[in-house]
Design a binder for this molecule. Sequence first.
Ligand SMILES: [Zn+2]
Length: 394
Amino acid sequence: MTLANDLAQRIDAAVDADAPALTELSLKIHAHPELRFEEVKAAAWICELVERHAHSVERGIGGMPTAFRARAGKPGGPRVAILAEYDALPEIGHACGHNLIATSAVGAFLAAAKVAKDAGGEVVLLGTPAEEGGGGKIKLLAAGAFDGIDAAMMFHPFDRDLLAHTALASLWLQFTFRGTPSHAAAAPHTGSSALTACMDLFRLVDGQRVHFRDGVRVHGYITDGGQAVNIIPERAACELSVRARDTLELERVKAIVLRCGKAAAMASGVEVEIATRQGYKDMVNNMTLAGQFGAHLGALGRRFVETDASLGAGSTDMGDVSHAVPSIHPYLGIVDPGAAMCHEHRFTAAAGSDRGTRTALDAAKALGRTAVELLTDARLREAVRAEFSAHKKS
Ligand SMILES: [Zn+2]
């Protein structure tokens, strides 16, 4: 750790002083879950809290009404971004704990902002909407929001503390099958079932799993299963998520799934229309920076492991950011290991618990300390940059 003791103490003290307001923010967002791109209340509450601390906020950046940016410190020097997410999931609310991500990011920003001028650099809070399938960070990347950023960081709630973890490259495929309707009892022989093709697609994909590399995931659901019980379904549709450890394998598996879709349509004598929705890149964890985050986490009394390849992985638009600037996406536990996992009802409850809030405040301190350390330590910035460049070349 190269962060001066007094700076670390000032950051911790600032987070402690803001703890009541941060806790209130977290619980308010948790109680009002909003879906991707509709995070109007959450974004407004976050911006208001930041403005109450006399920072101006640019709202609606990157063409997204619920994206925002605040800056503090000394422009022209090193610059570090702390990322907030605040969208929720359908039905199960804040089952990914993004209310805690937002809370930690605001806490870290407000604390780092107090010392950023003395640290000789700038800290940026980026409000990034729609992590759950909307890719807000990808839109912000395209809009130049990460230009001139030396490093980007955030934390994600989990069932244990991990400095770094895999995130899979991903994309979505939508298949719409169109057949010929007929009376399912009186004239089944004159129809062709779009639903049969749709179900065959799932079976064909299952048959191909023997050829998938480790880490590949293909999963989905039927979004349209037909029109009535007594009609051979004229139209059926499904959505599949395809994931892999890197973009190359992702493209290979995508081609297999497309082949299965066409084969299923051919077998039933129906038409198929296929749409691809861009997903996320895999996560490149900057281990130099993650190590510094870990040192601060340890100083705050938390026990962590660097990484654990035996744990399952999802996908995040932070992956795209990590290919553009050095990034970390550490995980901190808000439940005991194995007690609950993201996207479960039990995790929703944990994201609104005292333990969840305490973890967000720890994350705020560790993120704030790491951000300011990066601003003050040119050698650390050089090492972080060198690791990032080495990965790009490999
Ligand atoms: Zn999440």
